[in-house]
Write a protein that binds this ligand. Structure first.
Ligand code: IVH
Length: 669
C-alpha cells in the first residue's frame, strides 16, 4: 500500500468534508447526499485508524462519533447549575442593586452585563486542558452526557490554548449556552420542510433538538454554536473577578460574547439594558434579555444562593414582543382532558422572529372579558417560549361588521354535550371516547418531555388515529412499517424512522412514563415525586389515597385523581397492553421501605466507586438526608479512604460508622 498516497488522501478528505459541511449549512446548497457524506466520513475514519500518527484534533472525525448511542448517560454536575431570578422593569433592577448593597454592607457594586442568550445551558469539563465531558443542564443537579455532540461544534476548543501567564487548571467546569443563529435556523427549517419533516418552532428548540440527537453525525450537520459565560468548580487557578474569568476564557480560545461589558454601577446596567434592547433585532442570534452579575467573586460568595438562584445575578427580560394583526376566525380545540379552548386564527405576522398565526384565547370568560370578535384588529404578544396570546382589541378599528364568539353547546369533534362544571372556567366535552381527546392524548404521550418519540407530532398522531391504526398510546408499540407506508405522506424512510423511534422509547425513565399517561393534575414535577416514591409502576397502581398523600406536595385532590385513574378498567387495560408490548419503565430506587428513609448521613474521605454528588443523589432518592458535619442526630458516618476529623468525632460520639462497601450494600448496589 502506498502510505504517502494514503496520507495525502487523509488531508484531501478532511478538506472535502469541511467543504461539504459548509455547502450544507452555511450556503444551504448541498452537493452530495447524506449517504455519500457518510461514506466519505467512513473512509477518512478508516484511514486515520490505519495511520494513528496522522491524528489531528482538527479532523472532522474527532468531532463526530461513528456509532449512535442507545441512550444518553446521566451526568451529575460537580457543582449545581443554578438558574436566574427574573426582573422586567427598571424598578426591579434598582431594587436588586439596593438589596445586594444592603446584604453585602457596601455602598457601591460593580457588575458585568451580558446578553441573555436564548439557547440551552451546558456544562463542560476540562481536565488538564483537555475537553473530557459535556452535559446539558437537566434539573441543575443531573443532566445528560452529550459529549459526542458537543464535540461537533467547531467553535468549541477540544484543548485549552495556553494564554499569557495563566496556568491551565487541572480541573474546570466551564458553563455556556449552545444556540443556533437566526439565518441558519431559517435554512434548517426550509430543508426540513422540503424533506417532509416538522419544522422547529424557534432557534432554541432547534438547538436543543440538535444537541439531543443520539447519532452525533446528525448533530454534526446542524449549525450549532456556543458562547461560554462562566465557570463552576475549578482546581489550579484563582480568579478574583468575573470579568477576569471571561477574559481568560477568551484567551484560552473559548467563544465569549463580544457584547459583554463591565458596568461600573446600576445606572450603567440600566443603560446597557436599553442599548442591547435596541440592538436586539439586528443581532444574528436570539436574546431575550440581559444578565447582570456581581463582578467581585468574593462578594458573590458572601451573597450566596437563595434556593436555586444565585443572589448575585439577575436576568433582566425584555418586554414581550408585540405585533398587530387581524382575527380571521375563532375555532375551538378539544384538549386531552376534554377542555374546550377557543383559538384565534389570525393573518400571519412575525412576532419577535417567529411567524404566528394562532393565539390561544384560553376560555370563554377571557374572550368575553377582552371582547374579542372575528374581524377585530388585535395586538398579540409572545414572550419567550410562551404560546402567543391576544393582549387587547384595537377598538378604534371596529367597523361594526365584527362577529361575536359563542362557545358551542356540542363538541366540535364528536357532537357530545358540552358542560361547564360548577366553579370551573373551562367548558368540557365529557365523552371519554371523544376522538379529539384521544388524539391529543396520544400527542401528549409522544411529546418531548414525556416519551420523547421523534416524528410523532400532532399531525402523525391524528393520522394514525383517523386511519384506525391506533386507539390508545399502547397501540403504537404494535405498529408495523408496512402499515405506516400504506398511509399517505409516510415515505418508506420516515416510516422506518418512526418505527425505530417508537421502539427506542420502550425503556423510559419511570417519571416520564407516569407523566406520559396523562393523569389529571399529574404534571412533570408530580410525576417525578411519584416515581421517586414508588420506584416501580406496580406500586403506584396499587397505591391508596392515603399512601399518595404521604408524599410531601401531594394533596387530596391530586391523590384522588391518581386513584381514580387507576380504578378505571380501560386505563388498566392500556397499562397491561404496554407490558405486553415490552414497554418497561426503568426502576427507580424506591423510597418506600427504604432503609435510608429519614436517615441522615455524613461522608468523610474519598469513595472509590462514586463521587460525592452521585452519593448525595442516591441517598436523597432513597429518602435519606446528607449533612456536612457530624451532630447528635447523625445516623451514619460513611468513611472512605483517608477520612478526616469527622471520623474521630463520630467515634467519640458513638455514631455508627460504615465503610464504603457497607454503604453500597445498604443502597443495594
Ligand atoms: S449565567 C448562576 N449568563 O439563562 C448563573 N445564563 O435563567 C446561571 N443564559 O440556564 C447562568 N445567557 O441557559 C448566564 N449570559 C448568561 C446567559 C445565561 C443565557 C441562560 C442559561 C441559564 C438561564 C438561567
Amino acid at each position: 500500500m502506498d502510505k504517502q498516497a494514503d496520507i495525502k488522501r487523509i488531508s484531501d478528505l478532511r478538506k472535502v468534508i469541511e467543504y461539504h459541511n459548509k455547502r450544507y449549512y452555511q450556503q444551504d446548497a448541498p452537493e452530495i447526499s447524506d449517504a455519500e457524506y457518510d461514506h466519505l466520513m467512513r473512509e477518512l475514519q478508516d484511514l486515520e485508524n490505519r495511520y494513528p500518527e496522522t491524528f489531528s484534533p482538527a479532523s472532522p472525525t474527532q468531532r463526530v462519533g461513528t456509532v449512535p448511542l442507545a441512550k444518553f448517560a446521566s451526568f451529575n454536575h460537580p457543582s449545581p447549575m443554578l438558574s436566574l431570578a427574573n426582573a422586567f422593569t427598571s424598578e426591579e433592577i434598582i431594587e436588586f442593586d439596593n438589596r445586594l448593597k444592603r446584604l453585602a454592607g457596601v455602598d457601591h457594586i460593580s457588575y458585568i452585563a451580558e446578553p441573555k442568550l436564548d439557547g440551552l445551558a451546558v456544562n463542560l469539563i476540562y481536565e488538564n486542558g483537555i475537553f473530557k465531558k459535556g452535559a446539558t443542564r437537566g434539573d441543575g443537579t443531573t443532566g445528560e452526557d452529550v459529549t459526542q455532540n458537543l464535540k461537533t461544534i467547531s467553535s468549541l476548543p477540544l484543548k485549552i490554548k495556553p494564554f499569557s501567564k495563566s496556568p491551565i487548571p487541572s480541573f474546570v467546569e466551564i458553563r455556556g449556552e449552545v444556540y443556533i443563529e437566526k439565518e441558519p435556523f431559517e435554512k434548517l427549517n426550509i430543508r426540513r420542510i422540503k424533506d417532509g419533516e416538522e419544522p422547529f418552532a424557534n432557534p432554541r428548540n432547534a438547538a436543543a433538538g440538535s444537541l439531543r440527537q443520539l447519532d452525533s453525525r446528525i448533530t454534526a450537520r446542524r449549525p450549532l454554536n456556543i458562547f461560554l459565560y462562566g465557570i463552576g468548580n475549578v482546581i489550579g487557578i484563582d480568579f478574583s473577578t468575573h470579568g477576569k474569568v471571561l477574559q481568560i476564557l477568551a484567551g484560552w480560545g473559548f467563544p465569549v460574547n463580544k457584547l459583554i461589558e463591565q458596568a461600573q454601577d446600576i445606572d450603567a446596567c440600566l443603560q446597557y439594558f436599553e442599548r442591547i434592547g435596541t440592538k436586539r433585532k439586528s443581532l444574528p442570534y436570539e436574546i431575550d434579555g440581559i444578565v447582570l452579575k456581581v463582578d467581585n467573586l468574593s462578594m458573590q460568595k458572601t451573597l450566596g444562593n437563595i434556593s436555586r438562584n444565585p443572589r448575585w445575578a439577575l436576568a433582566c427580560k425584555f418586554p414581550a414582543a408585540q405585533e398587530t394583526t387581524t382575527v380571521k376566525d375563532i375555532i375551538v380545540g378539544v384538549g386531552r382532558m376534554g377542555t374546550l379552548t377557543p383559538v384565534a386564527i389570525m393573518a400571519p405576522v412575525n412576532v419577535g422572529g417567529v411567524m404566528v398565526s394562532r393565539a390561544t384565547l384560553h376560555n370563554e370568560d377571557e374572550v368575553i372579558k377582552k371582547d374579542i370578535r372575528v374581524g377585530d384588529t388585535v395586538i398579540i404578544q409572545r414572550a419567550g417560549d410562551v404560546i402567543p396570546e391576544v393582549v387587547k382589541v384595537i377598538m378604534e378599528k371596529r367597523t361594526g361588521r365584527e362577529k361575536k364568539f359563542k362557545m358551542p353547546s356540542q363538541c366540535p369533534e364528536c357532537g357530545s354535550e358540552i358542560v361547564r362544571f360548577e366553579g370551573e372556567v373551562a367548558h368540557r366535552c365529557v365523552n371519554i371516547s371523544c376522538p379529539a381527546q384521544l388524539k391529543e392524548h396520544i400527542r401528549h404521550f409522544a411529546s418531548r418531555n414525556a416519551m420523547d418519540i421523534e416524528g410523532l407530532g400532532e399531525k402523525v398522531s391524528a393520522q394514525l388515529f383517523d386511519a384506525k391504526l391506533i386507539a390508545d398510546p399502547a397501540d403504537l408499540y404494535f405498529l408495523t412499517k408496512d402499515q405506516l407506508v400504506a398511509l399517505d405522506r409516510q415515505a418508506e424512510k420516515s416510516a422506518q424512522n418512526l418505527i425505530k423511534a417508537i421502539a427506542k422509547s420502550k425503556n423510559p425513565p419511570l417519571d416520564k412514563f407516569i407523566y406520559a399517561l396523562g393523569i389529571r393534575h399529574v404534571g412533570e414535577r408530580t410525576a417525578k415525586l411519584l416515581a421517586d416514591h414508588f420506584g416501580i409502576m406496580e406500586n403506584l397502581v396499587a397505591a391508596k389515597q392515603e399512601d399518595l398523600m404521604e408524599i410531601n406536595e401531594i394533596g387530596p385532590e391530586i391523590a384522588a385523581a391518581i386513584v381514580e385513574f387507576f380504578h378505571e378498567q380501560k386505563n388498566i387495560n392500556v397499562i397491561k397492553k404496554f407490558a405486553k408490548a415490552g414497554v418497561q419503565p426503568q426502576k427507580k430506587e424506591s423510597a418506600v421501605n427504604s432503609p435510608l428513609q429519614g436517615k441522615s448521613f455524613v461522608f468523610t474521605g474519598t469513595m472509590e466507586s462514586m463521587g460525592r454528588n452521585e452519593a448525595k443523589t442516591l441517598v436523597e432518592n432513597l429518602g435519606g438526608i446528607i449533612h456536612s458535619s457530624v451532630t447528635k442526630s447523625t445516623n451514619f458516618v460513611v468513611a472512605g479512604s483517608e477520612p478526616g476529623s469527622k471520623l474521630d468525632k463520630a467515634k467519640s460520639s458513638g455514631i455508627k460508622i460504615i465503610s464504603e462497601d457497607e454503604f453500597l450494600k445498604l443502597i443495594n448496589r
